[in-house]
Structures are given as C-alpha cells and as structure tokens.
Design a protein around this ligand. Structure first.
Ligand code: ADP
Length: 190
C-alpha cells in the first residue's frame, strides 16, 4: 500500500525517501538502541498528512496497521511518533526514542548529495528559483537560500550522537558543493 501511494511523488518525498529513512534509522539504532519494528513502521509512515504531499492520511495509515494485526496501543504509538517527525509541524516532546531516531534519519536525508538533489526538486515544486543573488541569505528565497535558512542548522538539532556525526559529515560535503556552485555562478571557467 505505502509503495503504491508514494511511487510517483516528485519532490524527493517518494517511496525511496521512506526506504532510505528506514535504512538510516535502523543503522542509527544499531549504535544507539531502540525497537527496530517500531522504528521501521514510524519511518515508513512519517510522511502521512504532510501538507506538501497529501498522499497518506492518518486514517488510512491506522487502517493499514490494523489490517497488519498490530495491537491498538502499539498502533497509537506508531501514529503519535510518525505524526511528529516533521521539522515544521512536529512536536518533539511527543517523540519516543524510536521517533527521535527516525527524526534524525529524516533530517540526514535532507543533507549530503541526496539532500542537494531534494532541495532543488522541492524548490522547483514550490516555484522558487535555483538561486537569487539579490535576496539576503536569511530569507527562504531559493534552493540555495534554503541551505542557509534550514539545512545547515540540522546538525545542531540532531537527537543522537550518531546522527550528529553523520549530519556534520554531510554538511561538509554540501559546503564543498556550494563553493563550486558559487565559483561557476561567478563565471569561473575552470
Ligand atoms: P519535514 O517533512 O521534516 O517538515 P520538509 O518537508 O520541510 O521537512 O523538508 C523535506 C525536504 O524538502 C528537504 O529535503 C528540504 O530540503 C526540502 N524543502 C522543504 N522546504 C523547502 C523549501 N522551502 N525550499 C526548498 N526545499 C525545501
């Protein structure tokens, strides 16, 4: 069900985003602990009710979990965590440890090479340009602005030590990309 719903999503919130978040979260859990079944389900359902997507409702997710035969309390736990992963609308205090791990994994997928690809895809969907040199870098005016407005702040917001280390590494890669981007933007022919 989840695979069918998310397959054609075009802003980098597709099924492969869900698979990557699940994989990253399970790797973080190898180092930091946590219930892996709970982590997997939170990861696969964490985009439900996203305003940008409108693909999977909470009601549909709950029905699907019931069909899989999970206990009511466990289902509520999955839903509460999945609903609160989001950077913009999630409530951090409602996350269990497993939810915090998935939140780190979700944020890691906004960083690094994949993060660069996703920010341009999402910007385009939001009608924003690649870059607008006339706007100050602290407003969300373009894909490049989004690096500064949000993405570079993510390492300091990580919940786990492992997540923070990985986030710093991915940000280093993005800074190298930006260095090259501005070089080419300014007409450097090398
Ligand atoms: P969350 O689902 O945690 O609230 P977002 O949906 O804001 O996170 O971000 C998910 C992806 O969309 C990230 O890769 C991010 O870079 C991109 N994105 C979100 N908002 C913007 C924006 N205003 N401009 C460009 N990219 C964005």
């Amino acid at each position: 069900m989840i695979e069918e719903l998310f397959l054609n999503e075009a802003t980098g919130h597709d099924i492969y985003h869900l698979f990557r978040v699940k994989k990253l979260a399970l790797q973080i859990a190898d180092k930091e602990g946590g219930d892996k079944q709970l982590i997997s389900l939170i990861a696969l359902l964490h985009e439900m009710d996203d305003y940008k997507l409108n693909i999977l409702t909470e009601e549909k997710a709950r029905e699907w979990l019931e069909e899989q035969g999970y206990e009511k309390d466990f289902i509520e736990k999955v839903i509460r965590n999945a609903k609160n992963i989001s950077y913009s609308k999630g409530k951090w205090e409602l996350l269990d440890w497993e939810g915090k791990i998935v939140q780190d994994a979700d944020r890691l997928d906004a960083l690094g090479a994949i993060g660069i690809a996703r920010v341009f895809a999402t910007s385009s969907k939001l009608g924003k340009p690649i870059y607008d040199p006339k706007k100050p870098l602290d407003i969300d005016a373009s894909a490049i602005h989004h690096f500064y407005v949000k993405l570079f702040k993510l390492p300091s917001l990580m919940n786990t030590k492992t997540g923070k280390e990985l986030a710093k590494k991915r940000v280093r890669y993005m800074k190298a990309f930006l260095k090259r981007f501005f070089k080419e933007w300014n007409g450097d022919i090398e």
